[in-house]
Design a protein around this ligand. Structure first.
Ligand code: NAP
Length: 482
Protein backbone atom coordinates (compact mmCIF):
# COMPACT_ATOMS: atom_id res chain seq x y z
CA UNK A 1 0.00 0.00 0.00
CA UNK A 2 1.31 3.45 -0.90
CA UNK A 3 2.00 5.86 1.93
CA UNK A 4 1.24 9.55 1.50
CA UNK A 5 4.02 11.15 -0.50
CA UNK A 6 5.70 7.82 -1.29
CA UNK A 7 5.04 6.20 -4.62
CA UNK A 8 5.64 2.50 -4.34
CA UNK A 9 6.99 0.44 -7.24
CA UNK A 10 4.98 -2.69 -7.89
CA UNK A 11 6.68 -5.54 -9.74
CA UNK A 12 5.41 -8.62 -11.51
CA UNK A 13 4.74 -11.66 -9.34
CA UNK A 14 6.20 -14.71 -11.06
CA UNK A 15 7.10 -18.05 -9.51
CA UNK A 16 6.50 -16.69 -6.01
CA UNK A 17 8.88 -13.76 -6.42
CA UNK A 18 8.78 -10.09 -7.37
CA UNK A 19 10.21 -9.69 -10.86
CA UNK A 20 11.38 -6.31 -12.13
CA UNK A 21 10.73 -5.07 -15.65
CA UNK A 22 12.47 -2.50 -17.84
CA UNK A 23 9.37 -0.33 -18.02
CA UNK A 24 7.06 0.98 -15.30
CA UNK A 25 3.99 3.12 -15.73
CA UNK A 26 2.31 5.53 -13.34
CA UNK A 27 -0.99 4.45 -11.82
CA UNK A 28 -3.25 7.46 -11.22
CA UNK A 29 -6.11 7.76 -8.76
CA UNK A 30 -9.31 8.17 -10.79
CA UNK A 31 -10.57 10.59 -8.14
CA UNK A 32 -7.62 12.85 -7.29
CA UNK A 33 -5.53 12.34 -10.40
CA UNK A 34 -2.48 11.76 -8.15
CA UNK A 35 0.07 9.05 -8.89
CA UNK A 36 -0.57 6.22 -6.41
CA UNK A 37 1.98 3.64 -7.61
CA UNK A 38 4.44 2.73 -10.36
CA UNK A 39 3.37 -0.47 -12.07
CA UNK A 40 5.58 -2.94 -13.93
CA UNK A 41 4.77 -3.33 -17.61
CA UNK A 42 5.48 -6.88 -18.73
CA UNK A 43 6.49 -7.71 -22.27
CA UNK A 44 5.84 -10.92 -24.17
CA UNK A 45 9.04 -12.55 -22.88
CA UNK A 46 8.16 -12.04 -19.21
CA UNK A 47 4.61 -13.18 -19.85
CA UNK A 48 6.03 -16.39 -21.33
CA UNK A 49 8.24 -16.76 -18.25
CA UNK A 50 5.12 -16.58 -16.07
CA UNK A 51 3.43 -19.22 -18.23
CA UNK A 52 6.47 -21.47 -17.90
CA UNK A 53 6.40 -21.07 -14.11
CA UNK A 54 2.70 -21.92 -14.09
CA UNK A 55 3.30 -24.95 -16.28
CA UNK A 56 5.93 -26.30 -13.90
CA UNK A 57 3.82 -25.52 -10.85
CA UNK A 58 0.89 -27.41 -12.37
CA UNK A 59 2.86 -30.59 -11.67
CA UNK A 60 2.79 -29.64 -7.99
CA UNK A 61 -0.73 -28.28 -7.53
CA UNK A 62 -2.42 -30.97 -9.62
CA UNK A 63 -0.93 -33.63 -7.34
CA UNK A 64 -1.70 -31.82 -4.09
CA UNK A 65 -4.47 -33.55 -2.11
CA UNK A 66 -7.82 -31.76 -1.91
CA UNK A 67 -7.56 -31.18 1.84
CA UNK A 68 -4.27 -29.30 1.37
CA UNK A 69 -5.65 -27.10 -1.43
CA UNK A 70 -8.65 -26.42 0.77
CA UNK A 71 -6.44 -25.54 3.75
CA UNK A 72 -4.49 -22.98 1.69
CA UNK A 73 -7.76 -21.34 0.61
CA UNK A 74 -8.98 -21.36 4.24
CA UNK A 75 -5.76 -19.64 5.26
CA UNK A 76 -6.36 -16.97 2.59
CA UNK A 77 -9.81 -16.41 4.10
CA UNK A 78 -8.27 -15.96 7.54
CA UNK A 79 -5.55 -13.56 6.34
CA UNK A 80 -7.97 -11.53 4.26
CA UNK A 81 -10.31 -11.18 7.24
CA UNK A 82 -7.39 -9.80 9.27
CA UNK A 83 -6.52 -7.31 6.50
CA UNK A 84 -10.05 -6.47 5.35
CA UNK A 85 -9.80 -2.72 6.01
CA UNK A 86 -6.51 -2.43 4.17
CA UNK A 87 -7.88 -4.48 1.27
CA UNK A 88 -10.90 -2.16 0.99
CA UNK A 89 -8.61 0.86 0.95
CA UNK A 90 -6.58 -0.66 -1.90
CA UNK A 91 -9.76 -1.13 -3.94
CA UNK A 92 -11.06 2.36 -3.17
CA UNK A 93 -7.78 4.05 -4.06
CA UNK A 94 -7.16 2.37 -7.37
CA UNK A 95 -10.75 2.21 -8.66
CA UNK A 96 -12.54 5.10 -6.86
CA UNK A 97 -15.07 2.61 -5.52
CA UNK A 98 -16.63 4.32 -2.48
CA UNK A 99 -15.16 2.74 0.64
CA UNK A 100 -18.50 1.37 1.90
CA UNK A 101 -18.88 -0.56 -1.35
CA UNK A 102 -15.19 -1.50 -1.32
CA UNK A 103 -15.70 -3.05 2.13
CA UNK A 104 -18.68 -4.91 0.71
CA UNK A 105 -16.47 -6.23 -2.08
CA UNK A 106 -13.87 -7.46 0.43
CA UNK A 107 -16.58 -9.28 2.42
CA UNK A 108 -17.73 -10.95 -0.76
CA UNK A 109 -14.15 -11.84 -1.72
CA UNK A 110 -13.77 -13.57 1.65
CA UNK A 111 -16.98 -15.51 0.97
CA UNK A 112 -15.77 -16.44 -2.52
CA UNK A 113 -12.52 -17.91 -1.20
CA UNK A 114 -14.45 -19.66 1.58
CA UNK A 115 -16.73 -21.26 -1.02
CA UNK A 116 -13.62 -22.25 -2.99
CA UNK A 117 -12.08 -23.86 0.12
CA UNK A 118 -15.27 -25.87 0.60
CA UNK A 119 -15.68 -26.76 -3.07
CA UNK A 120 -12.12 -28.14 -3.22
CA UNK A 121 -13.35 -31.03 -1.05
CA UNK A 122 -16.30 -32.06 -3.17
CA UNK A 123 -15.03 -32.37 -6.72
CA UNK A 124 -16.22 -35.75 -7.89
CA UNK A 125 -17.60 -37.70 -10.81
CA UNK A 126 -20.31 -40.36 -11.06
CA UNK A 127 -20.71 -44.02 -11.82
CA UNK A 128 -22.05 -44.90 -15.26
CA UNK A 129 -24.69 -47.61 -15.86
CA UNK A 130 -22.76 -49.39 -18.60
CA UNK A 131 -25.22 -52.26 -18.88
CA UNK A 132 -27.87 -49.83 -20.18
CA UNK A 133 -26.34 -50.58 -23.61
CA UNK A 134 -26.03 -54.22 -24.76
CA UNK A 135 -22.38 -53.60 -25.62
CA UNK A 136 -21.69 -52.33 -22.10
CA UNK A 137 -22.74 -55.45 -20.21
CA UNK A 138 -19.93 -56.75 -18.04
CA UNK A 139 -18.31 -53.35 -17.58
CA UNK A 140 -18.30 -50.93 -14.70
CA UNK A 141 -16.94 -47.42 -14.77
CA UNK A 142 -16.89 -43.95 -13.36
CA UNK A 143 -15.89 -40.40 -14.19
CA UNK A 144 -13.37 -38.23 -12.39
CA UNK A 145 -12.78 -34.52 -12.86
CA UNK A 146 -9.18 -33.65 -13.76
CA UNK A 147 -7.63 -30.16 -13.59
CA UNK A 148 -6.88 -28.90 -17.07
CA UNK A 149 -3.51 -27.17 -16.61
CA UNK A 150 -2.45 -23.55 -16.92
CA UNK A 151 -5.38 -21.14 -16.81
CA UNK A 152 -5.02 -17.64 -18.25
CA UNK A 153 -7.23 -15.27 -16.24
CA UNK A 154 -7.94 -11.76 -17.51
CA UNK A 155 -9.96 -9.49 -15.22
CA UNK A 156 -11.67 -6.06 -15.38
CA UNK A 157 -11.40 -3.01 -13.14
CA UNK A 158 -14.85 -2.88 -11.61
CA UNK A 159 -14.58 -5.64 -8.96
CA UNK A 160 -10.80 -5.93 -8.88
CA UNK A 161 -10.63 -8.26 -5.88
CA UNK A 162 -13.74 -10.39 -6.06
CA UNK A 163 -13.57 -11.07 -9.79
CA UNK A 164 -9.97 -12.18 -9.35
CA UNK A 165 -11.27 -14.47 -6.58
CA UNK A 166 -13.86 -15.93 -8.96
CA UNK A 167 -10.99 -17.13 -11.16
CA UNK A 168 -8.16 -17.85 -8.72
CA UNK A 169 -10.42 -19.52 -6.10
CA UNK A 170 -11.92 -22.25 -8.31
CA UNK A 171 -8.66 -22.71 -10.25
CA UNK A 172 -6.75 -23.57 -7.07
CA UNK A 173 -9.67 -25.52 -5.60
CA UNK A 174 -9.55 -27.78 -8.66
CA UNK A 175 -5.76 -28.12 -8.85
CA UNK A 176 -4.88 -25.76 -11.71
CA UNK A 177 -2.19 -23.10 -11.97
CA UNK A 178 -2.86 -19.53 -13.08
CA UNK A 179 -1.37 -16.64 -14.98
CA UNK A 180 -3.44 -13.61 -14.01
CA UNK A 181 -3.51 -10.38 -15.97
CA UNK A 182 -5.47 -7.77 -14.00
CA UNK A 183 -6.93 -4.60 -15.54
CA UNK A 184 -4.30 -1.89 -15.97
CA UNK A 185 -6.22 0.49 -13.69
CA UNK A 186 -6.54 -2.04 -10.85
CA UNK A 187 -3.35 -4.09 -10.50
CA UNK A 188 -2.91 -3.42 -6.77
CA UNK A 189 -5.83 -5.59 -5.62
CA UNK A 190 -4.45 -8.55 -7.59
CA UNK A 191 -0.91 -8.10 -6.24
CA UNK A 192 -2.31 -7.74 -2.71
CA UNK A 193 -4.02 -11.13 -3.06
CA UNK A 194 -0.92 -12.75 -4.55
CA UNK A 195 1.06 -11.78 -1.44
CA UNK A 196 -1.64 -13.29 0.77
CA UNK A 197 -1.55 -16.55 -1.20
CA UNK A 198 2.21 -16.75 -0.78
CA UNK A 199 1.85 -16.25 2.96
CA UNK A 200 -0.91 -18.88 3.01
CA UNK A 201 1.56 -21.44 1.66
CA UNK A 202 0.58 -21.68 -2.00
CA UNK A 203 3.49 -23.32 -3.85
CA UNK A 204 5.54 -20.95 -6.01
CA UNK A 205 4.35 -20.58 -9.59
CA UNK A 206 0.78 -21.69 -8.98
CA UNK A 207 -0.41 -18.07 -9.07
CA UNK A 208 1.45 -15.55 -11.21
CA UNK A 209 0.36 -11.94 -11.65
CA UNK A 210 1.53 -10.25 -14.83
CA UNK A 211 0.71 -6.56 -15.07
CA UNK A 212 0.87 -4.66 -18.35
CA UNK A 213 -1.29 -3.80 -21.28
CA UNK A 214 -4.09 -5.99 -22.55
CA UNK A 215 -2.77 -5.96 -26.07
CA UNK A 216 0.69 -7.22 -25.00
CA UNK A 217 0.23 -9.41 -21.91
CA UNK A 218 -3.35 -10.47 -22.69
CA UNK A 219 -2.49 -11.38 -26.27
CA UNK A 220 0.62 -13.32 -25.21
CA UNK A 221 -1.46 -15.40 -22.78
CA UNK A 222 -4.22 -16.07 -25.31
CA UNK A 223 -1.83 -17.18 -28.04
CA UNK A 224 0.40 -19.44 -25.93
CA UNK A 225 -0.21 -23.15 -26.52
CA UNK A 226 0.81 -24.03 -22.96
CA UNK A 227 -2.29 -22.21 -21.67
CA UNK A 228 -5.26 -24.61 -21.63
CA UNK A 229 -8.06 -22.23 -20.78
CA UNK A 230 -8.87 -18.53 -20.84
CA UNK A 231 -11.25 -17.21 -18.24
CA UNK A 232 -12.10 -13.64 -19.12
CA UNK A 233 -14.31 -11.01 -17.54
CA UNK A 234 -14.59 -7.73 -19.36
CA UNK A 235 -16.17 -5.96 -22.29
CA UNK A 236 -17.88 -7.81 -25.15
CA UNK A 237 -15.51 -6.25 -27.71
CA UNK A 238 -12.40 -7.69 -26.03
CA UNK A 239 -14.18 -10.96 -25.17
CA UNK A 240 -15.21 -11.63 -28.75
CA UNK A 241 -11.62 -10.92 -29.89
CA UNK A 242 -10.35 -13.46 -27.34
CA UNK A 243 -12.82 -16.08 -28.52
CA UNK A 244 -11.66 -15.60 -32.09
CA UNK A 245 -8.00 -16.03 -31.17
CA UNK A 246 -8.26 -18.76 -28.54
CA UNK A 247 -8.37 -21.69 -30.99
CA UNK A 248 -9.08 -24.94 -29.15
CA UNK A 249 -8.55 -23.43 -25.70
CA UNK A 250 -11.54 -23.57 -23.39
CA UNK A 251 -12.96 -20.10 -22.87
CA UNK A 252 -15.26 -18.68 -20.25
CA UNK A 253 -16.43 -15.20 -21.15
CA UNK A 254 -18.23 -13.03 -18.61
CA UNK A 255 -19.15 -9.92 -20.56
CA UNK A 256 -21.36 -6.87 -20.36
CA UNK A 257 -25.05 -6.11 -20.28
CA UNK A 258 -27.76 -3.44 -20.21
CA UNK A 259 -29.74 -5.14 -17.47
CA UNK A 260 -33.42 -4.35 -16.96
CA UNK A 261 -36.18 -4.60 -14.37
CA UNK A 262 -39.93 -4.67 -14.97
CA UNK A 263 -42.29 -3.00 -12.47
CA UNK A 264 -45.77 -4.47 -12.76
CA UNK A 265 -48.86 -2.43 -11.88
CA UNK A 266 -49.16 -3.98 -8.41
CA UNK A 267 -45.61 -3.01 -7.37
CA UNK A 268 -45.35 -1.25 -4.02
CA UNK A 269 -43.17 1.61 -5.22
CA UNK A 270 -41.98 2.68 -1.77
CA UNK A 271 -40.61 -0.81 -1.21
CA UNK A 272 -38.57 -0.95 -4.44
CA UNK A 273 -36.95 2.49 -4.58
CA UNK A 274 -34.00 1.58 -2.37
CA UNK A 275 -33.22 -1.61 -4.33
CA UNK A 276 -33.48 0.26 -7.64
CA UNK A 277 -31.14 3.00 -6.36
CA UNK A 278 -28.61 0.38 -5.26
CA UNK A 279 -29.01 -1.56 -8.51
CA UNK A 280 -28.52 1.49 -10.70
CA UNK A 281 -25.93 3.51 -8.84
CA UNK A 282 -23.68 1.29 -6.72
CA UNK A 283 -20.07 1.57 -7.88
CA UNK A 284 -21.19 4.46 -10.12
CA UNK A 285 -23.15 2.02 -12.30
CA UNK A 286 -19.92 0.22 -13.22
CA UNK A 287 -21.37 -3.22 -12.56
CA UNK A 288 -22.03 -5.76 -15.31
CA UNK A 289 -25.56 -6.33 -13.92
CA UNK A 290 -26.11 -2.67 -13.11
CA UNK A 291 -29.75 -1.67 -13.45
CA UNK A 292 -29.75 0.34 -16.69
CA UNK A 293 -33.33 -0.01 -17.98
CA UNK A 294 -36.55 0.21 -15.95
CA UNK A 295 -39.88 -0.60 -17.60
CA UNK A 296 -42.67 0.62 -15.31
CA UNK A 297 -46.35 -0.16 -15.81
CA UNK A 298 -48.36 2.98 -16.65
CA UNK A 299 -50.32 2.65 -13.40
CA UNK A 300 -47.18 3.10 -11.28
CA UNK A 301 -44.90 4.97 -13.71
CA UNK A 302 -45.48 8.58 -12.53
CA UNK A 303 -45.19 7.70 -8.88
CA UNK A 304 -42.01 5.69 -9.50
CA UNK A 305 -40.30 8.36 -11.61
CA UNK A 306 -41.01 11.07 -9.05
CA UNK A 307 -39.76 9.08 -6.05
CA UNK A 308 -36.82 7.48 -7.85
CA UNK A 309 -35.52 10.78 -9.25
CA UNK A 310 -35.91 12.40 -5.81
CA UNK A 311 -33.94 9.57 -4.19
CA UNK A 312 -31.20 9.76 -6.86
CA UNK A 313 -30.76 13.48 -6.16
CA UNK A 314 -30.11 12.72 -2.48
CA UNK A 315 -27.07 10.50 -3.10
CA UNK A 316 -23.84 11.94 -1.75
CA UNK A 317 -21.02 12.57 -4.20
CA UNK A 318 -17.40 12.77 -3.11
CA UNK A 319 -14.11 11.21 -2.11
CA UNK A 320 -14.15 7.40 -2.39
CA UNK A 321 -12.31 7.14 0.93
CA UNK A 322 -15.04 9.04 2.78
CA UNK A 323 -17.50 6.69 4.52
CA UNK A 324 -20.59 8.73 3.57
CA UNK A 325 -19.81 8.85 -0.18
CA UNK A 326 -22.26 6.97 -2.36
CA UNK A 327 -21.04 8.14 -5.79
CA UNK A 328 -17.47 8.99 -6.79
CA UNK A 329 -15.52 9.34 -10.03
CA UNK A 330 -15.85 7.00 -12.94
CA UNK A 331 -12.78 4.96 -13.77
CA UNK A 332 -11.42 7.61 -16.15
CA UNK A 333 -12.14 11.03 -17.64
CA UNK A 334 -12.56 9.35 -21.03
CA UNK A 335 -15.36 7.17 -19.67
CA UNK A 336 -16.99 10.19 -18.03
CA UNK A 337 -16.96 12.08 -21.33
CA UNK A 338 -18.40 9.08 -23.15
CA UNK A 339 -21.28 8.81 -20.68
CA UNK A 340 -21.99 12.55 -20.93
CA UNK A 341 -22.02 12.20 -24.73
CA UNK A 342 -24.62 9.43 -24.52
CA UNK A 343 -26.78 11.54 -22.17
CA UNK A 344 -26.56 14.45 -24.64
CA UNK A 345 -27.60 12.17 -27.48
CA UNK A 346 -30.67 11.13 -25.47
CA UNK A 347 -31.56 14.75 -24.71
CA UNK A 348 -31.37 15.64 -28.39
CA UNK A 349 -33.77 12.80 -29.19
CA UNK A 350 -36.79 13.69 -27.08
CA UNK A 351 -35.74 11.95 -23.89
CA UNK A 352 -35.93 13.96 -20.66
CA UNK A 353 -33.32 14.01 -17.91
CA UNK A 354 -35.22 14.11 -14.60
CA UNK A 355 -32.18 13.79 -12.31
CA UNK A 356 -28.46 14.45 -12.76
CA UNK A 357 -27.07 14.54 -16.28
CA UNK A 358 -24.09 16.74 -15.45
CA UNK A 359 -20.81 16.83 -13.56
CA UNK A 360 -20.24 18.13 -10.04
CA UNK A 361 -16.54 18.49 -9.21
CA UNK A 362 -15.73 16.07 -12.04
CA UNK A 363 -18.18 13.42 -10.77
CA UNK A 364 -21.11 12.40 -12.97
CA UNK A 365 -24.30 12.90 -10.98
CA UNK A 366 -26.66 9.92 -10.71
CA UNK A 367 -28.75 10.37 -13.82
CA UNK A 368 -32.33 9.33 -14.55
CA UNK A 369 -33.64 9.66 -18.10
CA UNK A 370 -37.25 9.05 -19.13
CA UNK A 371 -39.00 8.48 -22.43
CA UNK A 372 -35.99 6.93 -24.15
CA UNK A 373 -36.07 5.52 -27.68
CA UNK A 374 -34.74 1.91 -27.58
CA UNK A 375 -32.23 2.72 -30.31
CA UNK A 376 -30.42 5.35 -28.25
CA UNK A 377 -27.06 4.38 -26.80
CA UNK A 378 -28.19 4.84 -23.17
CA UNK A 379 -30.74 2.11 -23.82
CA UNK A 380 -29.29 -0.36 -26.30
CA UNK A 381 -25.58 -0.27 -25.36
CA UNK A 382 -23.93 -0.88 -22.02
CA UNK A 383 -23.69 2.53 -20.32
CA UNK A 384 -21.41 1.45 -17.41
CA UNK A 385 -22.00 4.74 -15.59
CA UNK A 386 -24.57 6.06 -13.07
CA UNK A 387 -27.22 6.43 -15.76
CA UNK A 388 -30.59 4.68 -15.81
CA UNK A 389 -33.58 5.00 -18.13
CA UNK A 390 -37.24 4.65 -17.13
CA UNK A 391 -39.89 3.97 -19.79
CA UNK A 392 -43.64 3.49 -19.50
CA UNK A 393 -45.28 0.20 -20.58
CA UNK A 394 -48.89 -0.96 -20.62
CA UNK A 395 -48.26 -4.64 -19.82
CA UNK A 396 -45.65 -7.11 -18.58
CA UNK A 397 -45.66 -8.73 -22.03
CA UNK A 398 -44.75 -5.42 -23.67
CA UNK A 399 -41.97 -4.91 -21.11
CA UNK A 400 -40.55 -8.39 -21.74
CA UNK A 401 -40.38 -7.52 -25.44
CA UNK A 402 -38.26 -4.47 -24.62
CA UNK A 403 -36.01 -6.36 -22.21
CA UNK A 404 -35.37 -9.06 -24.80
CA UNK A 405 -34.73 -6.54 -27.55
CA UNK A 406 -31.07 -6.43 -26.59
CA UNK A 407 -27.72 -7.78 -27.75
CA UNK A 408 -27.13 -8.73 -24.14
CA UNK A 409 -28.68 -11.21 -21.73
CA UNK A 410 -27.00 -11.42 -18.34
CA UNK A 411 -29.73 -11.01 -15.68
CA UNK A 412 -33.18 -9.40 -15.52
CA UNK A 413 -35.68 -8.68 -12.76
CA UNK A 414 -39.44 -8.38 -12.41
CA UNK A 415 -41.50 -7.03 -9.52
CA UNK A 416 -45.00 -8.49 -9.57
CA UNK A 417 -47.43 -10.05 -7.10
CA UNK A 418 -49.05 -12.05 -9.88
CA UNK A 419 -47.62 -15.58 -9.86
CA UNK A 420 -48.68 -16.30 -13.44
CA UNK A 421 -46.86 -13.25 -14.75
CA UNK A 422 -43.79 -14.11 -12.68
CA UNK A 423 -43.74 -17.62 -14.10
CA UNK A 424 -44.30 -16.32 -17.61
CA UNK A 425 -41.45 -13.82 -17.22
CA UNK A 426 -39.11 -16.47 -15.83
CA UNK A 427 -39.72 -18.49 -19.01
CA UNK A 428 -39.76 -15.66 -21.53
CA UNK A 429 -36.84 -13.45 -20.45
CA UNK A 430 -33.76 -14.25 -22.54
CA UNK A 431 -31.07 -13.99 -19.85
CA UNK A 432 -28.76 -16.12 -17.73
CA UNK A 433 -30.81 -15.48 -14.56
CA UNK A 434 -34.23 -14.03 -13.72
CA UNK A 435 -34.82 -12.29 -10.39
CA UNK A 436 -38.43 -12.40 -9.22
CA UNK A 437 -39.19 -9.42 -6.99
CA UNK A 438 -35.68 -8.04 -7.16
CA UNK A 439 -33.42 -5.94 -9.35
CA UNK A 440 -31.13 -7.71 -11.86
CA UNK A 441 -28.14 -6.60 -9.80
CA UNK A 442 -28.54 -9.37 -7.21
CA UNK A 443 -25.57 -11.69 -6.91
CA UNK A 444 -24.10 -13.92 -4.23
CA UNK A 445 -20.93 -15.78 -5.00
CA UNK A 446 -21.98 -19.42 -4.97
CA UNK A 447 -24.81 -18.99 -7.46
CA UNK A 448 -24.34 -19.87 -11.14
CA UNK A 449 -23.55 -16.65 -12.91
CA UNK A 450 -23.20 -15.85 -16.58
CA UNK A 451 -25.09 -14.74 -19.61
CA UNK A 452 -26.50 -15.51 -23.02
CA UNK A 453 -26.12 -13.61 -26.31
CA UNK A 454 -23.26 -11.06 -26.18
CA UNK A 455 -23.15 -11.30 -22.37
CA UNK A 456 -20.91 -14.31 -22.75
CA UNK A 457 -20.53 -18.05 -22.45
CA UNK A 458 -19.87 -20.35 -19.52
CA UNK A 459 -20.73 -19.89 -15.87
CA UNK A 460 -18.95 -18.69 -12.75
CA UNK A 461 -19.97 -19.23 -9.12
CA UNK A 462 -17.40 -21.52 -7.55
CA UNK A 463 -18.98 -24.93 -8.20
CA UNK A 464 -19.80 -23.97 -11.79
CA UNK A 465 -16.38 -22.46 -12.44
CA UNK A 466 -14.80 -25.68 -11.12
CA UNK A 467 -16.80 -27.58 -13.75
CA UNK A 468 -15.46 -25.23 -16.44
CA UNK A 469 -11.88 -25.62 -15.13
CA UNK A 470 -11.85 -29.41 -15.08
CA UNK A 471 -12.22 -32.11 -17.74
CA UNK A 472 -14.27 -35.22 -17.26
CA UNK A 473 -12.20 -38.36 -17.52
CA UNK A 474 -13.87 -41.74 -17.86
CA UNK A 475 -12.50 -44.97 -16.44
CA UNK A 476 -14.06 -48.24 -17.69
CA UNK A 477 -13.32 -51.64 -16.10
CA UNK A 478 -13.91 -54.73 -18.17
CA UNK A 479 -14.81 -57.51 -15.75
CA UNK A 480 -13.46 -60.05 -18.19
CA UNK A 481 -16.76 -61.73 -19.09
CA UNK A 482 -16.36 -60.92 -22.79
P1 NAP B 1 -12.06 -4.41 -20.78
O1 NAP B 1 -11.64 -3.11 -21.30
O2 NAP B 1 -12.64 -5.41 -21.72
O3 NAP B 1 -10.80 -5.02 -20.01
C1 NAP B 1 -10.89 -6.26 -19.34
C2 NAP B 1 -9.52 -6.89 -19.31
O4 NAP B 1 -9.14 -7.25 -20.63
C3 NAP B 1 -8.43 -5.96 -18.79
O5 NAP B 1 -7.53 -6.70 -18.01
C4 NAP B 1 -7.80 -5.48 -20.07
O6 NAP B 1 -6.48 -5.03 -19.92
C5 NAP B 1 -7.84 -6.74 -20.89
N1 NAP B 1 -7.65 -6.54 -22.34
C6 NAP B 1 -7.83 -5.41 -23.06
N2 NAP B 1 -7.53 -5.64 -24.35
C7 NAP B 1 -7.13 -6.93 -24.45
C8 NAP B 1 -6.70 -7.76 -25.51
N3 NAP B 1 -6.60 -7.31 -26.76
N4 NAP B 1 -6.38 -9.04 -25.25
C9 NAP B 1 -6.50 -9.52 -23.99
N5 NAP B 1 -6.89 -8.78 -22.94
C10 NAP B 1 -7.22 -7.51 -23.16
O7 NAP B 1 -13.16 -4.23 -19.61
P2 NAP B 1 -13.15 -3.23 -18.38
O8 NAP B 1 -13.42 -1.86 -18.88
O9 NAP B 1 -11.99 -3.47 -17.49
O10 NAP B 1 -14.42 -3.79 -17.58
C11 NAP B 1 -15.71 -3.42 -17.89
C12 NAP B 1 -16.43 -4.50 -18.67
O11 NAP B 1 -16.41 -5.73 -17.96
C13 NAP B 1 -17.91 -4.18 -18.84
O12 NAP B 1 -18.31 -4.50 -20.15
C14 NAP B 1 -18.59 -5.09 -17.83
O13 NAP B 1 -19.93 -5.39 -18.10
C15 NAP B 1 -17.72 -6.29 -17.90
N6 NAP B 1 -17.90 -7.11 -16.71
C16 NAP B 1 -18.57 -8.30 -16.81
C17 NAP B 1 -18.78 -9.07 -15.68
C18 NAP B 1 -19.48 -10.39 -15.75
O14 NAP B 1 -19.30 -11.19 -14.83
N7 NAP B 1 -20.27 -10.65 -16.77
C19 NAP B 1 -18.31 -8.62 -14.44
C20 NAP B 1 -17.64 -7.40 -14.38
C21 NAP B 1 -17.43 -6.66 -15.52
P3 NAP B 1 -6.15 -3.45 -19.82
O15 NAP B 1 -6.83 -2.97 -18.59
O16 NAP B 1 -4.69 -3.43 -19.77
O17 NAP B 1 -6.73 -2.82 -21.07
Amino acid sequence: MTNVGVVEKKHLFINGRDVETETYTALYSPYTGDVIAEIAMADEKLTKEAIRAAQEAFQVISKMPAFERSAILEKVVELLKERADLAAEVIARESAKPITFAKGEVSRTIETYKFAAEEAKRIHGETIPFDAAPGGVGRIGYTVRKPIGVIGAITPFNFPMNLVAHKVGPAIASGNSIVLKPASQTPLSALFIAEIFKEAGLPDGVLNVVTGSGSVVGEAIIKDDRVQMITFTGSPAVGIGIRNKAGLKKTTLELGSNAAVILDKDTNIDQVIERCILGAFSNQGQVCISLQRIYAHEEVYDQFVEKFAAAAKQLKLGDPLSPDTYISSLISKKETERAIGWIEEAKQNEAAVVAGGKLTDGILEPTVIVNVDPLLKVSCQEVFAPVVIVNKVSSVEEAIGYVNNSRYGLQAGIYTKNIDKALFASEALEVGAVMINDVPTFRVDQMPYGGVKESGTGREGIKYAVEEMTELKLVVWNRGEK
